[in-house]
Design a protein around this ligand. Structure first.
Ligand code: ACO
Length: 280
């Protein structure tokens, strides 16, 4: 992706790690002009990613990054565009509190590092850039891919994980995150916590809402002033800036309302089966 300014001036390293400060190295610290350009880059690649995934709105933008404790790994190719460099793609990760099911169907509370967004420019996909970026992140975090959770991975991403990391066997979940065989046995007890099956206010609802689902819900909501002041959509989107998975609480009331509004999906059928099994 080309920009009308010098990418090499903005990002000196091949891979730059950006967080809520939107600062890329020492150069852009205290430089509002450079930070404005970084904002442009993040917004642009976020839009491109959303388009590639056919999402109705980006899940990555500069303003979202500023308000969440996520990290963006940005890959450039400094040689291209007459030496001004191009942005090749990005990978966004962040920790989320999730309620997961292990192989035995036991609810487990965990806060793994999750892949939230991943995009390589169309014209250079399948050239190994995705692998380069992903490997960089794994080294930086000193982590194995099997210990991560994946926020509704696309077909391409699933194929990528299978090819490069032999991640093929997923453990069925009732939310939209995917974890693979090996996620649970490889964790210490401190990282996992079994969730008691019953809570005072009722049954556990292990649904974690992904950001891309929130966006869809936000867009379904009527614009103000037509929307009622406390629709489930509004209350859910208002929690969106937190780094925790929105609605990941097992007893989150807004989420329950949101879930009830969702179309019947394979996940909801699975959820019903799980609920029926628990009831039995
Ligand atoms: N169709 C099927 N598999 C693909 C495709 C494709 N068009 N593109 C990449 N892959 C997978 C394949 O396994 C491929 O191996 P193969 O060519 O031997 O079949 C492998 O990825 C190639 O590895 P890389 O070259 O390192 O991957 P790439 O640079 O293409 O990056 C990525 C992978 C990020 C998934 C890229 O294809 C992309 O941006 N896709 C569009 C956006 C997207 O789907 N992002 C993931 C969203 S889900 C999430 O973020 C949680």
């Amino acid at each position: 992706m080309e920009f009308p300014f010098d990418i090499n001036q903005l990002f000196s390293e091949r891979v730059t790690i950006l967080d809520h400060t939107l600062v890329a190295g020492r150069k852009s610290a205290g430089r509002p002009d450079l930070q404005a350009l970084i904002t442009t880059v993040i917004d642009e690649i976020g839009r491109a990613s959303a388009k590639a995934q056919q999402l109705t709105a980006p899940i990555t933008s500069a303003s979202k990054l500023q308000s969440q404790r996520h990290q963006v790994y940005l890959l450039k190719d400094g040689e291209r565009n007459g030496g001004h460099g191009v942005v090749v793609g990005f990978l966004k990760v962040g920790c989320k509190k999730l309620f997961l099911l292990d192989r035995q169907g036991v609810h487990i509370e965990a806060e793994p590092l999750c892949v939230l967004d991943f995009y390589i420019a169309e014209n250079v996909q399948r050239h190994g850039y995705g692998l380069e970026l992903f490997d960089f992140m794994l080294q930086h975090k000193n982590l194995e891919p099997v210990l991560m959770a994946y926020d509704r991975p696309s077909i391409k991403f699933l194929s990528f994980l299978a090819k490069h990391y032999c991640l093929t066997q997923s453990v069925p979940q009732v939310n939209n995150f995917v974890v693979f065989e090996g996620f649970f046995p490889n964790r210490t007890a401190a990282q996992l916590r079994k969730v008691p099956l019953k809570k005072q206010d009722g049954e556990i609802k292990p649904y974690s809402l992904m950001e891309r689902e929130v966006i869809r819900q936000e867009q379904r909501a009527l614009p103000w002033p037509f929307a009622p002041p406390h629709t489930p959509q509004r209350s859910v989107s208002s929690q969106c800036s937190h780094s925790l998975s929105v609605g990941s609480s097992p007893s989150g009331a807004p989420l329950r309302a949101l879930r009830d509004n969702r179309d019947k999906s394979p996940q909801s059928t699975l959820a019903e089966r799980c609920r029926a099994r628990r009831t039995r």
